[in-house]
Design a protein around this ligand. Sequence first.
Ligand SMILES: [Zn+2]
Length: 136
Amino acid sequence: MIAKTRNNTLKLADYYMGRDAEYRGELTRELRANARDIVRRVNRLLKRAGLMRKVTSGWRPSALNATVPGAASGSKHISCLAIDLEDRDGALDAWCMANLPALEELGLWLEHPKATRGWCHLQTRPPRSGNRVFEP
Ligand SMILES: [Zn+2]
């Protein structure tokens, strides 16, 4: 059987980045549900924006997160509640900033583009400030 590939949507595998095999013990049912949820929401966002983006950082098991320069120790990437997408031209960040009601509708929060040059960080839980667009 030939698998149909749809290049215009992100896959769970894109989000796990192969870490689901290496860190299987850490990947709880809750984390798997969170991962499915963020991939679904972000695919809806990309479709609306008419953009395709690669995942530059998806799930980060806590041991791995500790080795990422500048990564927060309580990063939402650890619990599969955050994603980083390649955004070299800044078009996705710009689209998000211009379409905040869409983010609200989809249940996504954006790290301020000035803090994420070259990529776009989205998450499925509000930051402490509760702001749709937040400072790290
Ligand atoms: Zn991030």
